[in-house]
Design a protein around this ligand. Structure first.
Ligand code: X8Z
Ligand code: ZN
Length: 616
């Protein structure tokens, strides 16, 4: 007969109680005795079980809030988040007893590490402060979701939301109209500033209570290397890509100067509102202004999709069709029944696209996306992006919940994008979106690469600076009195863009970007831009692709699919370099595949910029 150690009984009891009771119970645990590896394993099993329930509960409440914003759903979601935060904080503190225990198996050691790093929003010891923190968190996301630009004297129904203002940013070529939409959207965030400031204080207190220096140290600790080494690695790959970004910036600036005479300085930063995107993060919408060879075969995917009368769900079907073509499973019926694909007209929702797992369980299998889909090229790419998240969920949801994450968060963001790199004109012709593939010639190639680079290359500095700003805010290096000043310093330094007039501290421009109020770490998107090309290359190699990387599509290739599936199944069970190695054979973040992909454009840009003085 085996006997259960007292400690385990206490733990089991503690974990089924609310967090403060759990603390009490844990405090009563026998002291002095060194816990065994078997106890650690049992502890992890119990935490996984409990976390799974709490994650699912919090996700469900959050789903309802995000798809139906009211004061009530805001509160319900805050309460569920609070419960989860309290449990996480307590479990992390309890887990400290296993520090230094000898003989842990690899899975238990990994799970304990992941547990320690799991909270995006760490709960302070003081329960009142945790309540306050979860309420602010919930409120900030709704404020963003409900954000509207109202001109003086306008009736509420005339005010414009982000979708309407985005329409202006993407299509208008009228300088003043663009500026008005840009400035208008940035009016939603000043009321967030005092709340954000408090949010930083409270979550930092929580991080410190868990043994981290601040929230940023916790976030940066998630990359299986020292936080400083991780930051240095990001800077290293940025260094590899910066010259290409500067060439693209230089060329775009010349074209924009011609499109907006007298408005763009030939050697300075580009006005922030002219790049076809509210945050100037991706520039493909200004493609018509910068098209290298006008009049060559049209690569207009939006026109083709609309011409073929594709519906919003039709776009999702196209995305799913790609994943199934490489041998991955079909999505459950409930995905189509429960997802939100269209912007409701009768209520407020958070339209920013996202992918959800509401069950964390293979059997219950409840995955959904939330997206206000429009039938255009941007949305087609975003659908592939979201489905990348969904397929990760689908292949790791039989694992313990602490392993139900990407190898790191950059991997999670990279899967769908890596697939979307195969969504090229040839593929679009195969599935009947294009009637005829554009001719395979140099001019079409440069046009296509320009369009790709406007999204992929243009994004890099934005992807990098978002968290550079946030890390310094959390560490206290950037004080509230200079939130906006620092934001624009970084925007100018990295992106080479600037606002038309100084934006003082009465503005809170970072708050006008979803991931700041929603507290979603952003370094992941920078990593994903790099990783997706590494993955694309590896999948193309697996598919036996010959020739330059930019000509590859893995559509229909089961060998590539099998390779991808292996990565998805690993989840976070191994350190990310192991996962990367399993797919690509290398353990390092590497910009080379991305540089190889853009080699044709890179040479072409250098020619174009010969007479220009680049930089800002
Ligand atoms: O937020 C997203 C996705 C959801 S994870 C739509 N992205 C970043 C953004 O929109 O800023 C994808 C690209 C970068
Ligand atoms: Zn994503």
């Amino acid at each position: 007969m085996t006997t259960t150690p007292t400690f385990l009984l206490v733990m089991a009891l503690a974990l089924s109680l609310p967090a403060n009771a759990a603390a009490e119970a844990a405090a009563k645990a026998p002291t002095g005795a060194t816990p065994t590896a078997a106890e650690a394993k049992a502890f992890v099993a119990k935490v996984n079980e409990e976390l799974k329930k709490l994650y699912a509960e919090a996700a469900r409440a959050d789903w309802v809030k995000n798809t139906y914003i009211t004061d009530d759903t805001e509160t319900i979601s805050a309460q569920a988040a609070e419960k989860l935060m309290l449990f996480q904080a307590q479990a992390i503190k309890d887990a400290a007893r296993f520090d230094g225990v000898i003989g842990l198996d690899a899975d238990t050691a990994r799970a304990l590490l992941l547990l320690k790093l799991s909270p995006d929003l760490p709960a302070p010891n003081d329960p009142k402060k945790t309540t306050e923190l979860s309420e602010i968190a919930s409120k900030l996301t709704s404020m963003y979701g409900k954000g509207k630009y109202c001109r003086k004297g306008e009736k509420p129904e005339q005010c414009r939301d982000l979708e309407q203002l985005t329409e202006v940013m993407t299509k208008s070529r009228n300088y003043d109209e663009l500026l008005d939409a840009w400035q208008g959207w940035h009016t939603i965030s000043p009321p967030m500033k005092p709340m954000y400031q408090r949010y930083v204080e409270l979550s930092n207190e929580g991080a410190r209570d868990l043994g981290f220096k601040d929230v940023a140290a916790l976030w940066r600790g998630r990359y299986d290397m020292a936080p400083e080494a991780f930051e240095a690695d990001m800077d290293r790959v940025w260094g590899q890509l910066k010259p290409l970004y500067q060439d693209l910036h230089c060329y775009a600036r010349t074209k924009l100067a011609a499109a907006y005479p007298g408005k763009v300085k030939s050697e300075g930063p580009i006005p922030a509102h002219l790049l076809g995107n509210m945050w100037a993060q991706e520039w493909a919408n200004i493609y018509p202004l910068v098209e290298p060879y006008a009049g060559e075969a049209s690569l207009d995917v939006t026109k083709a999709l609309q011409g073929k009368k594709k519906t919003e769900v039709g776009l999702v079907n196209i995305g799913e069709g790609f994943f199934t073509s490489i041998g991955l499973k079909a999505l459950p019926k409930s995905f189509y029944e429960k997802s939100l694909f269209l912007k409701p007209t009768d209520r407020e929702v958070v339209c920013h696209a996202s992918a959800w797992d509401l069950a964390y369980d293979a059997k219950a299998n409840d995955v959904r996306i939330k997206m206000c889909i429009k039938v255009d090229e941007d949305n087609l790419v975003t659908i592939h992006h979201e489905l990348g998240h969904i397929y990760y969920y689908e292949y790791y949801n039989n694992k313990p919940v602490l392993f139900q994450q990407g190898a790191n968060d950059g991997f999670h963001e990279a899967i769908g994008d890596a697939i979307a790199l195969s969504v090229n004109p040839k593929y679009l012709t195969t599935i009947g979106v294009f009637d005829k593939a554009p001719a395979d010639n140099e001019k079409n190639l440069i046009n296509l690469q320009m369009k790709d680079a406007l999204d992929k290359i243009a994004f890099l500095p934005f992807g990098l600076l978002m968290d550079k700003w946030r890390w310094d805010v959390f560490s206290g290096k950037t004080k509230p009195a200079e939130y906006n000043k620092r934001w624009w310093e970084l925007r100018t330094q990295y992106q080479g863009i600037a606002p038309v007039a100084t934006r003082g501290e009465a503005s809170f421009d970072p708050g006008a970007k979803y991931h700041i109020p929603a507290n979603v770490p952003y370094a992941r998107y920078f990593l994903a831009r790099i990783l997706q090309f590494q993955m694309h290359k590896a999948l193309c190699d697996a598919a036996g692709h010959k020739g330059p990387l930019h000509t590859c599509s893995i559509y229909g290739n089961k060998k590539a699919g099998a390779k991808l599936q292996k990565l998805l199944e690993l989840g976070a069970s191994r350190p990310w370099p192991d996962a990367l190695e399993a797919v690509t054979g290398t353990r390092q973040l590497d910009a080379q595949p991305m540089l190889d992909y853009f080699a044709p454009l890179s040479g072409w840009l250098k020619e174009q910029n010969k007479a220009s003085k680049c930089g800002w």
